[in-house]
Design a protein around this ligand. Sequence first.
Ligand code: ASP
Length: 438
Amino acid sequence: MKKIVTKFGGSSLADAGQFAKVRSILLMDEARQYVVPSAPGRRFKTDDKVTDLLYKCHRQVENGEDFEETFDLIAARYMDICEELGLKVDISAALDEVHDRIAGGANADYCASRGEYLNGLLLADYMGWRFLDAAQVIRFDDDGALDAELTNTLMAEALADGVPTVVPGFFGAYADGTVHTFSRGGSDITGAIVARAVNAAVYENWTDVSGFLMADPRIVDDPREISVVTYKELRELSYMGASVLHEDAMFPVHKAGIPTNIRNTNDPTHPGTIITLNAPADAKNPTITGIAGRKGFSIVSVEKAMMNSELGFGRKVLAAFEDNGVSFEHLPTGIDTMCVVVAGAALAPVREKVLAQIVASTSPDIITVHDYMSIIATVGRGMVNNCGTAARLFSAMSKAGINVRMIDQGSSELSIIVGVDDADYENTIKAIYNAFVR
Ligand code: ASP
């Protein structure tokens, strides 16, 4: 039978009312047999996320401060949900145990992980489903990296009986059982791991938005929703700052060829965004899928006549960055120039050292640095088949009076990347959006 794995974010499980929505979504389709909950998130704008409160408790204990008040806020969240839904699980005993472990100096990861653990206990009781402690099935190696293959085996074995199960998100454990978490937002990864392990037909990631938008709504008024995006396109868009899903959550499902569907718990009939391996170009938006960007880059350009025939030139330039702990983001090159695009904040503290090393090792003719640059990626699987895309993009920018400082087209023809001054960032995104979508 077809299986669907669902993951619900913190706002989807923030209180009893949200729990009720989740239950009805789960019951709406009997293929939804596995659910990964986050910790209770914000109920209103100024509210606390339980995960943040748990980290706070840990800090307070570490600093020798009283953490009771903070813990009471956490306990109240779970007790309220439990009482309002009339659940039978002994959540106060579970809370007592967490309280005592925190008081006893448990590590930060253990403390933070209890947000999803306790929420999982509530949800399992509410659904009448099995609870599977993620610490038993998600395994990290000694360096803290996910052991993806062992995890997949353990998870698949634990879920092989087909019993509907709740697996709390965000954490797993080392071989000795010590709890370890993913980075923030990591319940998305747990959901993807479960989806791979049960070979789900789809991984549904339920949140509080109806999928991805083609551009940042703070910049473009009412941008269109993206109905279908490929994993590769999404990788480019999220690298550039568009975020709904934890980046590492794409790997397990992408590898297994399982589509991800971003859905809205507060608007459950909305189809959301589907992320797939391959997709035909969007009929509505045949050329571009989305636009995303980031500000605050520095571009170091190194110019030297006959650079192309000088063996090791590029390596020496890059070594200056590597030796000073700065990783590069893009590397557009010309015949006699090489540009290294780096995050401005990473370059600033070591700037003089990097430049001095480049000068010493390559004797360039000219070396210049442009700060306060934005990088904007226009991404679309439809670009390959549409000629004139670049012309359209650059003429829109020129009409808007924007000076293009850098151009980089990925070899996959999946995106066109432009560099502009930070001051032109918003206008560039608007101009590109209007040229292709409006
Ligand atoms: N609760 C964790 C966080 O706030 C993990 C998650 O929600 O995905 O980061």
